[in-house]
Design a protein around this ligand. Structure first.
Ligand SMILES: [Zn+2]
Length: 311
């Protein structure tokens, strides 16, 4: 019986689990995470997602949002999962399944997946960020995933873009997430719709994807939204380039599929703002693997020795 790895992405709504061999996803499962029902309930769901694969699995890798101590497999805090404070997830799953378990931040998992199998393959210096409800980030520097002193590295969404900007969910002003998080993109469109006619008025519920589609179709409001949001993201990326000098910056998440309406203003602002633009080689590209990146990255992380993972 050929063994494989279980890769899991624990989100606030769903748990995506898969049985993986290298790049290949053999079988997958998607179940609700019951994140608001408390720790015991959501832990039960994680176990439920792993159970069908346990006999053929060599090890288990779990990607989860929040501050993760990957060296010890501890979820210190997870914003999506109610009641998860200092939970030693790795040892709990190890006891249950009698298999080696690794836990890492979900965006780190996505970054590993895109690095090993996706658009960032072959590069030693990678910065990846996710555009969704929140804005997450992860970095690979000189061929190693960057964890930082506290497991906090790569929090791109909470870097300051404007000094006196609007209040972020974290309690500080002018953070990137406050401009590029999904609900703020929608709020920007709604503010503009009060002053200008837009085909967006036909929709009861707006999403960044709908706004992107309208922008592609030439809607003025939608185009303004993306050029402004792209401007703020471009400032953020210029800061990242100055700090890390990556070969490639990968934008992940549903909005990254918006195409030129997003990438044109992002690339333009980055070029204008970054130090030494003419001397740099870098590219800013959309992610390739979609939801699979997190699963594949978590599975990959589970296979690494502590020395290889540098944890
Ligand atoms: Zn913030």
């Amino acid at each position: 019986m050929k063994k494989g790895i279980v890769g899991i992405d624990v989100g606030g709504t769903n748990i995506k689990a898969a049985f993986v061999r290298g790049r290949e996803i053999i079988r997958r499962i998607n179940i609700p995470s019951h994140a608001q029902a408390g720790m015991d309930r959501s832990l039960q769901q994680i176990k439920l997602a792993i159970a069908p694969f346990k006999k053929k699995a060599a090890c288990i890798g779990v990607g989860i949002a929040g501050i993760i101590d990957s060296g010890n497999g501890i979820v210190k805090f997870s914003p999506n999962l109610k009641g998860w404070n200092n939970v030693c997830l790795a040892s709990m799953l190890r006891r249950e399944f009698k298999l080696p378990v690794r836990v890492l931040n979900d965006v780190n998992a996505i970054c590993l997946g895109e690095w090993k199998y996706g658009v960032a393959r072959g590069y030693d210096n990678v910065f990846l960020f996710t555009l969704g409800t929140g804005v997450g980030g992860a970095a690979i520097c000189e061929g190693r995933l960057l964890f930082g002193a506290n497991g906090f590295a790569g929090e791109f969404g909470h870097t300051t873009i404007t000094l006196k900007g609007p209040m972020c969910i974290c309690g500080h002003r002018g953070h990137l997430e406050r401009y590029a998080g999904a609900k703020y993109i929608v709020a920007r469109a709604k503010r503009k719709m009060k002053k200008q006619r837009s085909r967006l008025a036909d929709y009861d519920v707006l999403t960044p994807e709908i706004i992107a589609r309208a922008a592609k179709q030439g809607d003025t409001v939608a185009n303004e939204v993306f050029s402004e949001v792209g401007y703020y993201i471009g400032i953020g990326i210029a800061n990242i380039l100055a700090l890390f000098d990556p070969d490639i910056v990968v934008i992940s998440g549903g909005i990254a599929r918006a195409g030129r309406v997003l990438f044109d203003p992002v690339r333009k602002t980055t070029r204008q703002m970054v130090l030494g633009a003419q001397h740099r080689h870098y590219k800013i590209v959309p992610a390739k693997l979609g939801d699979d990146a997190g699963i594949l990255g978590a599975a990959l992380f589970a296979q690494l020795t502590k020395k290889q993972a540098l944890i």
